[in-house]
Ligand binder design. Structure first.
Ligand code: HEC
Ligand code: HEC
Length: 310
């Protein structure tokens, strides 16, 4: 209606004097003009519908592409081989940091970390995005969070770049170079030796066990129980000043750590799995006894902290 008003304003007065033929032509003109004015609107509307349809197609395409990222990666041409030093350092870190939750081969652990090999998410990220993801983690994920920096504040951003390279090789073995035999650095540091000796009251032999247990704890158990056993909310309980540990002798504790505590175990309080041997099958009985010696040094004289009970 408003579209026709200017036309009527300029021609309306002569309209009354014109013949019916003229009136007919004017009506035709009016209709044409109306169409001319309306057509961009119609075209725009059409473009919007077409655009929506295309976007829907693109969204669908993206869903399909995202859900087949891993498949496409391993079916496509291989990316370049990863550098040996890069992958070797990445493996050392992966085995001691990520394996507890994601398994030594990165294929995931029931109730803990996801499969990183057959992961479309991993396949879709650039190396830099993946590194940032590990640094940020998924702290709110249920039932178990992926802890920021994998719970390891002592590792550098650079360390995580090596981890990413190694994960690339796990996901696409065509990229994994032949690696030297795995050697984990299990030698206690000078400060670990010194605090072990202090905790052992000068007993050099006991100090050796404690220092070894300290090192093992901080490679296998730290991911879930935190540095010095302070606990990581949602991942593992505090093991310092812990009543459960105090209540068991070494043999019972050895049995507990060897077996772990599944989420359906009636004694489980968090609904999260404590994996057998803390997820590190390479730990020997002696290794676990060393860890127990170390755990004993964390119990102190203070009453068990409230956090140890929940
Ligand atoms: C304490 C356990 C734990 C540790 C240690 C851990 N993760 Fe995770 N991670 C998880 C959990 C749990 C998830 C799944 C979170 C969710 O439900 O979205 C996860 C998810 C991920 C994902 C996303 C996978 C996907 O498909 O969505 C990546 C990538 C990842 N972790 C990499 C790593 C790397 C690399 C390390 C070692 C540097 C590591 N994680 C150490 C528990 C852990
Ligand atoms: C993947 C995560 C994870 C790792 C790695 C891990 N734990 Fe645990 N641990 C847990 C969880 C979760 C619990 C609590 C289970 C529950 O709810 O009862 C737990 C419980 C425990 C408890 C019992 C504490 C209590 O108060 O009931 C001890 C002891 C323990 N862990 C020792 C260890 C030791 C030693 C290691 C290393 C060899 C280790 N854990 C590695 C997740 C982990």
């Amino acid at each position: 209606m408003t579209l026709h008003r200017p036309f009527q304003a300029t021609n309306g007065e002569s309209g009354s004097a014109s013949s019916s033929g003229n009136g007919f032509r004017e009506a035709g003109l009016a209709a044409l003009l109306g169409l001319a004015i309306a057509s961009p609107v119609l075209l725009l509307g059409g473009a919007r519908v077409y655009g929506d349809w295309r976007a829907l197609g693109a969204a669908r395409r993206e869903v399909v592409l995202n859900a087949t990222a891993y498949e496409r990666l391993v079916a496509g041409d291989a990316h370049p081989l990863i550098e040996v030093t890069d992958a070797t350092r990445g493996r050392e870190l992966f085995v001691s940091v990520c394996a507890a939750c994601h398994g030594a081969q990165g294929t995931g652990m029931e109730g803990l970390g996801k499969n990183l090999v057959k992961s479309d998410f991993v396949a879709l990220q650039t190396d830099e995005q993946l590194r940032q993801f590990i640094i940020t983690g998924r702290p709110d994920a249920k039932p178990m969070p992926m802890p920021p920096r994998a719970g390891r504040d002592d590792l550098t951003d650079e360390d995580f770049a090596h981890v990413v390279s190694y994960v690339r090789g796990l996901q696409d073995p065509r990229r994994m170079p032949a690696l030297p035999e795995l050697v984990l650095n299990t030698a206690p540091s000078e400060s670990q030796k010194a605090s072990a000796l202090a905790a052992a009251g000068g007993d050099a032999e006991l100090a050796q066990y404690i220092a070894s247990g300290d090192t093992l704890f901080h490679s296998t158990c730290i991911a879930c129980h935190g540095k010095g056993g302070v606990g990581i909310p949602g991942n593992g309980k505090a093991l310092a000043s812990n009543e459960f540990i105090r209540s068991l002798d070494d043999d019972a504790l050895l049995e507990f750590i060897t077996k772990g505590r599944g989420p359906s175990d009636p004694k489980n309080t968090t609904g999260i799995q404590m994996p057998p041997k803390g997820g590190n099958p390479a730990l020997s009985e002696d290794d676990i006894l060393d860890i127990i010696s170390y755990l004993r040094t964390l119990q102190g004289g203070a009453p068990a902290a409230a956090s140890a009970k929940n």
